[in-house]
Design a protein. Structure first.
Length: 334
C-alpha cells in the first residue's frame, strides 16, 4: 500500500509551482544560448530543453540534507536544488563569484550549501561518486539519500555496472535516475545497446527499478516519491528510468546530422511544459494572469543574474594554479 507521503499534492499552488520551475529552467537556458552566441559564455554548453520534468519532478521530493550528483547537463538540477541563479550564471561566465569560483563552467557546477555535488564532464563519472557518498552515509548511519542523475550514454560505461553492482551488493541508499533521451551525443541507443530497456539492466543487479514517462512532471514526481520513500526505508538502491527527449542539440557544437528534423518535431508535441500548461488550462487551474506573473518574475530573476555575472570579477592570473593541488600538510613538530 502506498504511503500518503508518496503521493503528489495536486493543489493548484503546487501545480503552478511545478510549471514555474520548468519555465524558469527553459528561460534561463534560452538566455544562456543567447549569451553563448555573443561569446559571453565560452567553453561547452549542454541544455536541458525537453527534459525539465525530470529535475522538477525528482529534486523537490528530496530533503535538504540529501545529496545530489548530476551529469554535465546540470543547470536544471542546480537551479531546482536551490543554487542561486546569480552564482550559476556567474559560473557560466567564468567569474570568481560563480558557484565554482569560475573554474568549472557549465559542466562543473557545485554548491556545498545545498548539498549539490555537481556535474561531471566525464560520461558516467558521477556514478561512482554517488556510490561513495552513499557508502559514507551508510558507514555513519546517516539516514540520507543520494540521488544520481545521468544519461543513457553512461550505461555503456564500466562505471555504470560497477556502481550498480556495489550499491546492490553493499545495500547503499542511492537513487539512480537515468535520463534516457535516446541519444548519447550522436549515437542512437538502438545502435549502441543490445538491450534498450535500461531499467532491466538495473533489475539484473537485483535493484528495484521502474520506468516513467519523463515528459510528464506529475508522473515523474509520483515515481520519485515512491523511489525516495523506498530508499529511505530500506537503505537500498532504487533505479528510475525517465524516458525523455532533448529537443536541442547535444551541445552548442553539435550539428545534429544523426537525427531527422521530423523526429524532433514529433517529440516537440510531447514536450513537458506545453503539455503540462495545456492540461492546467483545460482544467481551469491556470489563467493568463498566472502566466503573466510567472513570466515577469522569471524575466526579472534572469536579468538580475546576468547583471551579477557581468559585474563579476575574473580570477587573478597569479592564482590560476590555486586549487590544482591540495595544500601541502606540514608534519607535526616542524
Amino acid at each position: 500500500m502506498t504511503a500518503p507521503a508518496d503521493k503528489p499534492h495536486l493543489s493548484r499552488e503546487h501545480m503552478l509551482d511545478l510549471l514555474k520551475q520548468m519555465i524558469r529552467i527553459r528561460r534561463f537556458e534560452e538566455k544562456c544560448v543567447e549569451l553563448y552566441t555573443q561569446e559571453k559564455i565560452r567553453g561547452f554548453l549542454h541544455v536541458y530543453d525537453g527534459e525539465e520534468a525530470i529535475a522538477v519532478g525528482v529534486i523537490p521530493v528530496l530533503e535538504k540534507h540529501d545529496r545530489i550528483v548530476a551529469t554535465y547537463r546540470e543547470h536544471a538540477h542546480a537551479l531546482v536544488r536551490g543554487v542561486p541563479m546569480t552564482t550559476v550564471m556567474a559560473e557560466m561566465y567564468g567569474k570568481q563569484e560563480g558557484c565554482s569560483r569560475g573554474r568549472g563552467g557549465s559542466m562543473h557546477l557545485f554548491d556545498r550549501a545545498t548539498n549539490f555535488h555537481g556535474g561531471n564532464a566525464i560520461v558516467g563519472g558521477g556514478l561512482p561518486l554517488a556510490v561513495g557518498l552513499a557508502l559514507a552515509d551508510h558507514m555513519q548511519d546517516n539516514n540520507l539519500v543520494t540521488a544520481c542523475f545521468f544519461g543513457e550514454g553512461a550505461v555503456a560505461e564500466g562505471e555504470f555496472h560497477e556502481s550498480l553492482n556495489l550499491a546492490a551488493l553493499w545495500g547503499l541508499p542511492v537513487l539512480f535516475v537515468c535520463e534516457n533521451n535516446l541519444y548519447a551525443m550522436g549515437t542512437a541507443l538502438d545502435i549502441s545497446e543490445s538491450e534498450m530497456d535500461i531499467q532491466r539492466k538495473a533489475a539484473c543487479y537485483r535493484i528495484t527499478s521502474e520506468v516513467v514517462d519523463g515528459m510528464d512532471v506529475v508522473a515523474v514526481e509520483a515515481a520519485a516519491r515512491r523511489a525516495v520513500h523506498a530508499v529511505r526505508e530500506s537503505h537500498k538502491p532504487y533505479f528510475l528510468e525517465c524516458r525523455t527527449y532533448r529537443l536541442r542539440a547535444h551541445s552548442m557544437f553539435d550539428p545534429q546530422l544523426y537525427r531527422d528534423k521530423s523526429e524532433v518535431e514529433a517529440w516537440r508535441h510531447k514536450e513537458p511544459i506545453a503539455r503540462f500548461q495545456g492540461w492546467l488550462q483545460t482544467n481551469h487551474m491556470v489563467h493568463q494572469d498566472d502566466m503573466s506573473r510567472i513570466e515577469t518574475e522569471i524575466d526579472a530573476e534572469i536579468a538580475q543574474a546576468v547583471a551579477f555575472a557581468e559585474a563579476g570579477t575574473w580570477e587573478p592570473v597569479e592564482q590560476l594554479t590555486r586549487f590544482t593541488y591540495a595544500d601541502r600538510a606540514v608534519p607535526t613538530g616542524q
